[in-house]
Design a protein around this ligand. Structure first.
Ligand code: AMP
Ligand code: MG
Length: 399
């Protein structure tokens, strides 16, 4: 059987990078940038007044002048005035362009304003360019501000806007179908019999996709019936890029998903991974480049396989730069009594020194997803039998 990292490599080898689309900037929150963002102009684009006060020629102050006649006022957004004489000053507001002929801003806190004049206090700083945010001191026109592959969060969106970009080129959203299977499953809100089960997996899967800014997500539910499975899965393969199924991949007589997928031409890449939970996971692709993740139906297995394999694969297909794995120490000893790689749900909390620790929150088997409330994800522990001592550092996967 494959190890988790072998399964991950097989998935990575079958993924195609999604096409690029150009979108209005405001619609790109969470998207992966597929072009570089370069500075449209120097930043700041001009010598920028950094304090409310007056602008004047510093040489006059160093030569002993303290009192200046106020020639005019310049606010942010005004075209620049020009200082007519070094005996004069110009009242300026933060964000204004420094008036021509001035090389110093004295803040209001250091001024005594009279009728048409300003007196500079003895303690004021008079070196040239004091309280002036010099043109180009943050970045130069043409400088690379955000590289392709970055995820567009609030700072990157603001930077792209500052670079004058009304639209940006980002990875197209994959069309994803989230499909649960199982005759026993009942939608929340519908009446339920004692022998039936709530259809919760699809809600968890869709929540994780939405939290990562995937928007083109459709939802379907299929019974454990070979003909219906074949027909509906065929339809979804024609209309979607990625299928995420749950249920129907174990050894039971009604676990019909692998054979239904094979019959409609999905090529199996692997079935089963040496892991707990989630051993029956199935993965396949089509000639047209569609990918099918068929996750085991047990709710803990579904969420674990989603976070361990599906979400990182989708992120790579979007052209995201690989993120640095998050590694955390175990906050308690853990016994792994199986030869299978083990995914252990954890709550992550910092100690007094600020170091994050993974506090194990084992579930009562792969069906017990009520124990997952308040957990942040899970850690991966290699197969045993083995005791992992408190402090053992391992990789964290977030939900
Ligand atoms: P399966 O993988 O189809 O054998 O399902 C394993 C277990 O997970 C069964 O007890 C199912 O009732 C349960 N299960 C399957 N799909 C879901 C779902 N979408 N939501 C909640 N439980 C599920
Ligand atoms: Mg089932």
């Amino acid at each position: 059987m494959l190890t988790p990292s072998e399964a991950e490599a097989l998935i990575a080898g079958r993924l195609v990078c999604l096409p690029i689309e150009s979108l209005p900037l405001a619609q790109c929150v969470g998207a992966v940038l597929r072009e570089n963002v370069y500075a449209e102009r120097d930043a700041p684009p001009f010598d920028r007044v950094a304090m409310d006060g007056i602008a004047c020629a510093s040489g006059a102050l160093r030569a002993g002048r303290r009192e200046f006649r106020v020639q005019g006022m310049q606010a942010a957004g005004d075209p620049p005035l020009s200082l007519a004489a070094t005996t004069q000053c110009i009242e300026v507001m933060t964000g204004a362009m420094l008036p021509a002929g001035c090389d110093l801003v004295v803040p209001v806190e250091r001024l005594t304003m009279g009728h048409g004049s300003a007196r500079v206090d003895a303690g004021a700083r008079v070196d040239p360019w004091t309280h002036v945010h010099r043109r180009g001191s943050d970045s130069r026109e043409g400088a690379l501000l955000v590289a392709a592959g970055a995820r567009l969060e609030a700072p990157e969106i603001a930077i792209a806007a500052s670079a004058g970009m009304a639209r940006v080129r980002v990875s197209g959203q994959p069309r994803i179908a989230v499909i649960s299977t199982g005759n026993e499953l009942i939608e929340p809100g519908e009446p339920i019999e004692p022998y039936q089960v709530r259809r919760s997996n699809a809600y968890g899967v869709i929540a994780a996709l939405r939290a990562r800014a995937f928007q083109r997500v459709v939802d379907d539910h299929l019974p454990d019936d070979a003909a219906t499975l074949g027909e509906r899965l065929g339809f979804h393969l024609d209309t979607q890029d990625v299928l995420i199924l749950s249920g129907g991949v174990s050894m039971g007589r009604l676990d019909l998903v692998p054979q239904a997928l094979a019959q409609i031409g999905v090529e199996q890449v692997f079935h089963r991974i040496a892991q707990r939970p989630g051993k029956p996971m199935w993965f396949g692709t089509t000639h047209a480049g569609r990918v099918v993740f068929a996750l085991p139906g047990n709710p803990v297995s579904t969420l674990v396989c989603l976070a361990r394999y599906v979400l990182p694969a989708l992120s790579a297909a979007m052209g995201s730069l690989p993120c640095v794995p998050e590694r955390v120490p175990l906050a308690a000893d853990v016994d792994v009594d199986t030869e299978l790689a083990t995914f252990l749900p954890v709550h992550v909390a910092p100690d007094d020194s600020g170091r994050a620790w993974a506090h194990p929150r084992p579930t009562n088997g792969s069906g017990d997803f009520t124990s997952l409330a308040g957990t942040h994800g899970f850690v991966e522990l290699s197969g045993g039998p083995r005791n992992f001592a408190r402090g053992h550092v391992t990789q964290l996967f977030r939900w």
